[in-house]
Design a protein around this ligand. Structure first.
Ligand code: 3PG
Ligand code: MG
Length: 407
């Protein structure tokens, strides 16, 4: 595990602390529908409040693309955060400049302010040193508690660490410790279950994952691209036609590397993407042209359950069906319960991560029965691949520099 400085290494009383968190939480009608990320980052902020720091919270929300998109404001999250912390959280309508400065200047020891969405500024995603400088001007030290965004080399994650002393927050610390402990030397065979709808970003990653794990279950929207690559009719199912070649290559490489790939053999199909749409189960060889696959079928679930029986470690990111729409959550729920039961029986070590995955496990009622649940989705998968995460690397680099400076 990389070494970095933590809140144990700094006296924060009266100090302005810029805390990068991940408030990219699911929202509906201005309310947060899954508080997991907020609850998990709260201990860091509470500790800073208790130690009488002046706490300046920064985060991205969604992907506004470098301009102000009012529906992606972080404003509704100030009271949500306040609820978890038991304090009033001030809000600044910009994350840099006079509006940010005005709110930060008002902070007294033990106060908390949340600043507007970092991604309203193009400099954030460009890792722009000038934008990082504007952020740094608001505080004395920097704390990164956004493990789930650590795979992004953005200004508030990477460039900022070159401008202020940088520390890992308690959630960042806990995630790295737990994942390292569970998965650095996992018991084999290891199974990865990858699903969800963010296909293009994950496809490449699946290729790398196939080198690390013994069994790879592919479900959700991603599976359709693989099925299409194998020449199957997938009807109107979501897929990525320009990734067919990549998908085939992944299948071939996996075979060569001895990784067994489990693709759906049957699917629940419907003609409409909506809850309770009329549906039926068919073999993946018999998907009608006008239908879409919205979940894996019972034969696929049985095959996964069978494989789980001899699996020692499972890592899971992404639901295997449209879990937000009943009854197309059935496959995801059945697999979640099977994993939970084996974890409980101590024959399986289970780690899951990602916003939708957490929501799906919560819906299945088994979120507390997994060995570990990470707040991170994409970052978790990249960590699993063995890739260096820019956010974690930046913390490790600054800590190394400090150590050498102290010599
Ligand atoms: C996430 O939700 O996985 C993180 O907040 C990162 O979001 P991003 O994929 O938009 O960078
Ligand atoms: Mg996400």
């Amino acid at each position: 595990m990389p070494e970095f400085k933590t809140l144990d290494n700094v006296d924060v009383r009266g100090v302005r602390v810029l805390v990068r968190v991940d408030l990219n939480v699911p929202m509906k009608d201005g309310k947060c529908t899954d508080r997991t990320r907020i609850d998990r980052l709260a201990p860091t902020l509470k500790e800073l409040i208790d130690k009488k720091a002046r706490v300046v919270v920064i985060s991205h929300f969604d992907r506004p693309g470098g301009k102000v998109v009012p529906s992606m404001s972080l404003k509704p999250l100030a009271p949500e955060l306040g609820r978890s912390l038991g304090v009033t959280v001030m809000f600044a309508e910009d994350c840099v400049g006079p509006k940010a400065r005005e709110v930060v200047d008002k902070l007294r020891d033990g106060d908390v302010a949340l600043l507007e969405n970092l991604r309203f500024h193009a400099g954030e995603e460009k890792n722009d040193p000038g934008f990082a400088r504007e952020l740094a001007d608001l505080a004395d030290i920097y704390v990164d508690d956004a493990f789930s965004a650590a795979h992004r080399a953005h200004a508030s994650i990477e460039a900022i660490t070159r401008l202020r002393p940088a520390y890992a927050g308690r959630l960042m610390q806990a995630e790295l410790e737990a994942l390292g402990g569970a998965l650095e030397k996992p018991q084999r065979p290891v199974m990865a279950i990858v699903g969800g709808a963010k296909i293009s970003t994950k496809l490449q990653l699946i290729g790398n994952l196939a080198k690390k794990v013994d069994r790879l279950v592919i479900g959700g929207g991603m599976a359709n691209t693989f099925l299409a690559a194998q020449g199957r009719e997938i009807g109107k199912s979501i897929s990525e036609p320009d990734m067919l070649k990549t998908a085939l290559e992944i299948l071939e490489t996996a075979k060569r590397d001895g990784c067994e790939i489990l693709l759906p053999t049957d699917a629940v199909i419907a003609r409409e993407f909506k809850a309770n749409a009329p549906h039926e189960t068919v073999s993946v060889t018999a998907v009608p042209k006008d239908a879409m696959m919205l979940d894996v079928g019972p034969a696929t679930v049985r095959a996964i359950e069978q494989s789980l029986a001899s699996t020692k470690t499972v890592v899971w990111n992404g639901p295997v069906g449209a879990f937000e729409l009943t009854p197309f959550d059935a496959g995801t729920t059945a697999i979640a319960r099977a994993v939970a039961a084996r974890t409980k029986a101590r024959t399986l070590m289970s780690v899951a991560g990602g916003g939708d995955t957490i929501a799906a496990l919560a819906k299945a009622g088994v979120i507390d029965q997994f060995s570990y649940v990470s707040t991170a989705g994409g970052a978790f998968l990249e960590w699993l691949e063995g890739r260096e995460l820019p956010g974690v690397a930046a913390l490790a680099r600054t800590s190394e520099m400090a150590r050498q400076g102290a010599r």
